[in-house]
Design a protein around this ligand. Structure first.
Ligand code: MMA
Ligand code: CA
Length: 352
């Protein structure tokens, strides 16, 4: 709107300028007219004889003065309008120059803006391309992220399971460590015991070897003594694992026992039917190592063992005489034991 007004003003200014340019022509015409009039007047003055007169000259003078005044007024007016128009023109020229300058600046700015626009378009296209690439990369990363998320969740589950297993294993490990420590302690104790037992075993082995040596020596001594005994106890009879001496003489029970003891033996102790049958072969009445002298009625063997199997003759022991406290084997039948006084004399049988 503002620009339209300016153009309208410009148009009006140029219209005024045109009017102004037309003015001289009018003046010229007026001057021509004046010239014509002048010529007319001159002609008239020449033809004064035809139209002369003083009033006419005055009138012409006045007309000329009037005309001159009009011309001066018009001239002043013309100068004022011209100055105004010149001023407007100058202003308009300035405004036009300013506008031209503005136009040029704006053209430059437009070109710059076009360049910027082109650059921005290029950058936008590049950014769009980058955006598309980034979008694709983002989608690819999104897919990878989903895969990785799945893997991470699986790993998390595996991690949780492994954590549980680790805790269980840790618990088992702790228990096993305790058991191991206990076993180690037991092992140490057993090692000590083993070492002690080894020492004992070594000592026992030494003792055993010493005892074996002693046993061997004793066996040799025994065999030697046995040989000597066989020599000493010539006439003794062997039955089973024992040696038996059957006396030729007669003594009381105590003397008979004393005889046996001096020989390292004692009166016979009968432990089996075979032993009883063995002594029956000897045809003598002989003391055996059986007595109730300590307690009447309680018969004991000389080694202190009680009487279990008996071979008393029928009716014996009867204590027929006073103090029948010692037993004698009478060779009549298998059951031949009789109680008689210990002071009685009889043969005797020693057993070794
Ligand atoms: C009888 C009998 C025995 C007793 C003796 C004593 C001959 O046997 O009575 O019991 O001991 O006599 O001499
Ligand atoms: Ca008797």
């Amino acid at each position: 709107m503002e620009e339209d007004n300016k153009y309208e003003n410009l148009e009006s200014i140029y219209t005024n300028i045109d009017n102004y340019n037309n003015l001289p022509r009018v003046q010229e015409r007026s001057c021509l007219d004046t010239e014509v009039q002048k010529r007319g007047c001159e002609a008239a003055s020449e033809g004064r004889q035809a139209c002369s007169g003083k009033p006419a000259a005055v009138c012409l003078g006045l007309l000329c003065v009037l005309l001159l005044a009009v011309i001066i007024g018009l001239w002043i007016k013309h100068d004022a309008g011209r100055d105004q128009l010149q001023s407007s023109y100058d202003n308009m020229t300035k405004e036009r120059d300013q506008l031209q300058s503005s136009y040029d600046n704006m053209t430059k700015e437009r070109d710059q803006l076009l360049d910027i626009n082109n650059n921005l378009t290029l950058e936008r296209d590049q950014l769009q391309s980058s955006y598309d690439d980034l979008t694709m990369e983002r989608d690819a990363f999104q897919q990878k992220l989903e895969l990785l998320t799945g893997e991470r969740n699986q790993l998390q589950r595996d991690y949780d399971n492994m954590t549980k297993e680790r805790d269980q294993l840790q618990s088992s490990y702790d228990n096993m460590t305790k058991e191991r420590d206990q076993l180690q302690s037991s092992y140490d104790n057993m090692t000590k015991e083993r070492d002690q037992l080894l020492d004992i075993n070594n000592n026992l082995t030494l003792e055993r070897d010493q005892l074996q040596s002693s046993y061997d020596n004793l066996t040799m001594e025994r065999d030697a003594i046995q040989q000597k005994l066989e020599m000493c106890f010539k006439g003794w009879r062997k039955f089973g694992s024992s040696y038996y001496y059957f006396s030729n003489g007669r003594k009381n029970w105590a003397e008979s026992r004393q005889y046996c003891r001096e020989m390292g033996a004692d009166l016979l102790i009968i432990n089996s039917r075979e032993e009883q049958e063995f002594i029956k072969e000897v045809n003598i009445d002989a003391w055996i190592g059986l007595s109730d002298a300590q307690t009447e009625g309680i018969w004991k063997w000389v080694d202190g063992s009680p009487l279990t199997t008996v071979y008393w003759s029928t009716g014996e022991p009867n204590g027929a005489h006073k103090d029948e406290d010692c037993a004698v084997n009478e060779v009549v039948s298998l059951s031949t034991w009789n109680d008689i006084p210990c002071s009685s004399e009889a043969g005797w049988i020693c057993e070794l």
